[in-house]
Design a protein around this ligand. Structure first.
Ligand code: ATP
Ligand code: MG
Length: 156
């Protein structure tokens, strides 16, 4: 499994409902490491790129309005197979269909689905560049690293 980075965006509903700490804690407890973190207000310019594949969909105006309705918190998470594992922890797009135990399944009741996560390693790379400058990302060793990963799964 490759050690890789992914990005999550805690959406305006997560920020205004004050559950960002709890959500970030789930990833930390799993063993994922925070490599970067910032709060920002999304703009049309960024959203049109970030959701380029949805711009022509009927729900895009609502999605865009929602994503600009309050600040968001972007977090880069690092770990083995992180893109895939973080998506699984988020759950299905529509919270009423998301499994209990996932973030959307535990916190959501509508298409306000709390969190975005990159859906491929290519998307993760592009999205991390979109939201973070190289100097805003950090390399360090987590104190629990040797316990989170079995010996043969450690990188160095
Ligand atoms: P995200 O990209 O936010 O991580 P996702 O990958 O699970 O979510 P996508 O299909 O990429 O889902 O949709 C992006 C976002 O657009 C969804 O998270 C949701 O907020 C919104 N969305 C998707 N489909 C619909 C829909 N049919 N009606 C309303 N909003 C929708
Ligand atoms: Mg998506």
């Amino acid at each position: 499994m490759a050690m890789e980075r992914t990005i999550i965006i805690l959406k305006p509903d997560a920020v205004t409902r004050q559950v960002c700490g709890e959500i970030i804690a789930r990833f930390e407890k799993r063993g994922l490491k925070i490599a970067g973190l910032k709060m920002l207000k999304l703009t049309d310019e960024t959203l049109n790129i970030h959701y380029a594949h949805h711009v022509t969909k009927p729900f895009f105006p609502r999605l865009s309005k929602f994503m600009k309705s309050a600040p968001v918190i972007a977090v880069v998470l690092e770990g083995n197979d992180s893109v895939n594992q973080v998506r699984k922890m988020c759950g299905a797009t529509y919270p009423l269909e998301a499994a209990v135990g996932t973030i959307r399944g535990d916190y959501g009741m509508s298409m306000n689905n709390l969190i975005h996560a990159s859906d491929s390693t290519e998307a993760a790379e592009a999205e991390i560049k979109r939201f973070f400058k190289p100097e805003e990302l950090f390399n360090y060793t987590a104190a629990n690293y040797e316990w989170v990963y079995a010996e043969e799964e450690r990188k160095a």
